[in-house]
Design a protein around this ligand. Structure first.
Ligand code: NAD
Length: 495
């Protein structure tokens, strides 16, 4: 199949979007490189403290007019944004493939999931409703209203550059708040495109801002008294700093952090239907997902089942076509960059040193097409992994499957609980009792039953537990509406 046309034809000079204007930053500039081709596709600024302060000032200025705009009028901006995103669907998807490396199908899926959050947020007139009770005492009524709070900072990770900020942004502006999005500087282009569409959709100046950069911008947000709250998605160590700092400065906060997700195969699993799910769970997005499968636990003491299942998994994984994601025949793209590949290679080496058995060695890179191998790896599979090995314990964030064995369901659940993360886990079984027991006991935020590690829809919260999530309310849907609003209770006497 031919490689699709690239939507980015020349190197983009990215600007900040502050108060409805595209402003050149004074900060240093870094290259954004297409990980498959190795070509520079954009220059991104690392903005200064003054620039983040200017964005907060603009958002604060815009807040009162925007919060007094009716929810229906705010929803109309979101309807227009959704329509524009649909019109630009393919362009937005191809940009993600170019800036991140994922396959075009994965990018299209990401675009769709992002748009779904805009769609859900258009329901704001009913989502934001409070409640009331007449005659709490004779002649006295009580009611609860939800009110917007002010300015929110949204800090995105590199692995879902388009979708993740949309877990928050549409709900924040729908409820009447103003936002500053700080995309990952590794792949910031799709957030620029979204801001362009938000401008076209008619969001007033200062409501939707984008400031590029790194630590300076993030600490500028954390320290600023006019930032009411932060939504952060990224690694757990950085998330912990953000959570603690928001505690010190009394800001609302959502921190969605790292993961190490387990998939359990019970002896009665439907093998034929399970294996394709495992391929997307473990090797989709080249394993760079907080919802990637990481540890595959084969439960039971049936050695023949174990052997035939593992052989089938290895055989299927070895046939995954790796290459440039704009080639529609490609099933797995590169890592985001060479340094991320190096990090994964170090994990593979540590697995070998700790005695795990390397069944499929993705370091022997074989790709479709003639591209530099800098950021490419092929699927990698280890057997004989234990939960205390580095590869069994830590987030690798690459296309590496670690196979373990457990004698029964209890032991498998104990393995999951021995890990500090609690993002997701899945079970494959035909037994209703096992399925019920698993979903009841397992301490993770997102559970799959006969389905791989999958993301919740936009009208459900994007959950997480333990070191995968710090906070109380989550992104997406009703919980996001609650996060971005304060409840006010009014008691009124009828004279
Ligand atoms: P990261 O923590 O390196 O960066 C996340 C964001 O924080 C980026 O915008 C980055 O510029 C900024 N940042 C990085 N270091 C910082 C510092 N010291 N101070 C202030 N800001 C800093 O994460 P990443 O590598 O971009 O993303 C991958 C991680 O995100 C993985 O751990 C993955 O599991 C996690 N993730 C979690 C979820 C979830 O819902 N739980 C979803 C997607 C990704």
């Amino acid at each position: 199949m031919a490689t699709l046309e690239e939507p980015i034809k020349e190197v983009l000079e990215l600007k900040n979007y502050i108060n409805g204007e595209w402003v050149k930053s004074e900060g240093e500039v870094r290259d954004v490189v297409n990980p498959a081709t190795g070509k520079v596709i954009a220059k991104v600024p690392i903005s200064t403290k003054d620039e983040i302060n200017a964005a907060v000032e603009a958002a604060k200025e815009a807040f009162w007019d925007w919060r007094t705009t009716t929810p229906l009028a705010r929803a109309r901006c979101l309807f227009r944004l959704k329509e524009l995103m649909e019109e630009h669907f393919e362009e937005l998807s191809r940009i993600q493939t170019m800036e991140h490396g994922k396959t075009i199908d994965e990018s299209r899926g990401e675009t769709r999931r992002g748009i779904e959050n805009v769609e859900v947020a258009t329901g704001i007139p009913s989502l934001m409703m409070g409640y009331s009770l007449e005659d709490i005492a004779t002649g006295i009524d009580e009611y609860l209203i939800r009110q917007p709070i002010g300015v929110f900072g949204i800090i995105g990770p590199f692995n879902f550059p388009f979708m993740v900020p949309l877990w928050f942004a549409p709900y924040a502006v729908a409820t009447g708040n103003c936002i500053i999005v700080k995309p990952s500087s590794e792949d910031p282009i799709s957030q620029v495109k979204i801001a362009e569409l938000a401008e076209e959709a008619g969001f007033p100046p200062g409501v939707w801002n984008v400031v590029h950069g790194g630590r300076t911008v993030v600490s500028g947000m954390l320290d600023h008294p006019d930032i009411a709250g932060i939504c952060f998605v990224g690694s757990t160590p950085v998330g912990r700093i953000i959570y603690e700092r928001c505690g010190e400065t009394c800001k609302r906060v959502i921190v969605q952090g790292g993961a190490k997700n387990f998939v359990l195969i019970m002896p009665d699993a439907n093998v034929e239907r399970t294996i394709p799910s495992l391929m997307t769970s473990f090797f989709g997005n080249a394993g760079q997902r907080c919802l990637a499968g990481a540890n595959l636990v084969i439960v039971g003491e049936d050695d023949a089942f174990y052997r035939s299942f593992v052989d089938a998994v290895v055989d299927t994984a070895s046939k995954i076509r790796v290459g440039y994601g704009l080639d529609e025949a490609v099933q797995m793209g590169p890592l985001r960059d060479g340094s991320k590949k190096e990090r994964v290679v170090e994990y593979i080496e540590s697995g070998i040193e700790e005695g795990a058995k390397l069944r499929l060695d993705g370091r022997k890179v074989k790709i479709v097409g003639d591209y530099p191998h800098t950021a490419f790896l092929n699927p990698t599979i280890f057997e004989d992994v234990t939960p205390d090995m580095k590869i069994g314990k830590e987030e690798i964030f690459g296309p590496v499957m670690c196979i373990m064995r457990a004698k029964d369901l209890d032991e498998a659940i104990d393995m999951i609980h021995s890990n500090p993360f609690g993002n997701a886990a899945s079970i494959f079984t035909s037994n209703g009792k096992w399925a019920r027991e698993f979903q009841y006991k397992v301490k993770v935020g997102n559970v799959g039953i006969n389905i791989g590690i999958v993301a919740p829809m936009a009208f459900f919260p994007f959950s997480g537990m333990k070191d995968s999530f710090y906070g109380v309310l989550h992104g997406q849907g009703r919980e996001a509406i609650r996060f971005f609003t304060e409840s006010k209770v009014v008691i009124q006497r009828w004279f």
